[in-house]
Design a protein around this ligand. Structure first.
Ligand code: TYD
Length: 219
């Protein structure tokens, strides 16, 4: 595994630094550290959803042996670095994630804390050919967290806030839908998986499948 330590002068340059580094094709992971006393930088990295790592190799820690105040972050190739706060008014969230440098990441969420509702149902859509589109409906009352644990899916959302799209490609990024929202999903990559945590059991009556009916429902 090819890794690289970043020297970060300005925390706000982190996305550029990471992108520049990943221009090297074989690089799989970049990592950097910040003093736990540098609360501005720490807050910035945490608020942007960068993942802390715990498995910094011993030979690297040796170079920083005089410091016991360091917090380590890493970004793995494929992390979505610039995510908007919202898409069509629906909150875009970075899920809690335990990152390692050489064994991938583990993301998780819990009902009523990480996401704002009870989870009654989990479903996922898989084995979809590339280019295929699904969805084309809204829900009246259902609340959902949508995320893509594998692959690349373009999510188009429309509601009172307008119509907007977001590409889901990072397993640690999710979108929370809490109000009636029309959704369309395009599979940008074969075998991508769309996973949904939902606030209610399945109910056919909660669906609006006709676009004009949805527009009328909103007004
Ligand atoms: P649907 O929500 O329309 O999927 P998509 O938006 O991807 O097109 O669901 C497809 C079918 O699956 C539909 O007949 C309803 C059924 N279904 C269930 O029976 N239970 C469920 O929990 C879900 C989500 C769907």
């Amino acid at each position: 595994m090819t890794i690289k330590e970043l020297k970060i002068e300005d925390p706000y340059s982190i996305v550029d630094e990471i992108n520049k580094s990943f221009a090297v094709p074989e690089l799989e992971c970049v990592f950097w550290c910040v003093s736990k006393n540098d609360s501005d930088s720490l807050d910035f990295y945490e608020s942007r959803g960068f993942h802390k790592v715990v498995d910094i190799p011993a030979d690297i820690l040796k170079d920083h042996a005089d410091r016991d105040d360091l917090v380590w972050f890493a970004s793995l190739r494929g992390d979505q670095l610039s995510i908007p706060e919202a898409v069509a008014g629906c909150k875009v969230v970075k899920l809690q994630t335990i990152a390692t440098m050489d064994s991938g990441e583990l993301s998780f969420f819990e009902e009523n804390s990480d996401i704002p509702f009870d989870i009654k149902r989990i479903y996922y859509i898989s084995k979809v050919p590339e280019g295929k589109r699904r969805g084309f409906h809204a829900h009246k009352d259902l609340k959902q967290l949508l995320f893509c644990p594998y692959g690349r899916i373009l999510l188009t959302l429309e509601n009172k806030s307008g119509r907007e799209e977001i590409e889901l490609s990072d397993p640690s990024v999710g979108v929370i839908i809490e109000t009636p929202t029309w959704r369309e999903m395009t599979w940008l990559q074969k075998d991508s998986v769309l996973c949904v945590a939902a606030s209610e059991f399945y109910s056919m009556d909660d669906y609006i499948r006709d676009y004009d009916e949805f527009k009328a429902y909103l007004s």
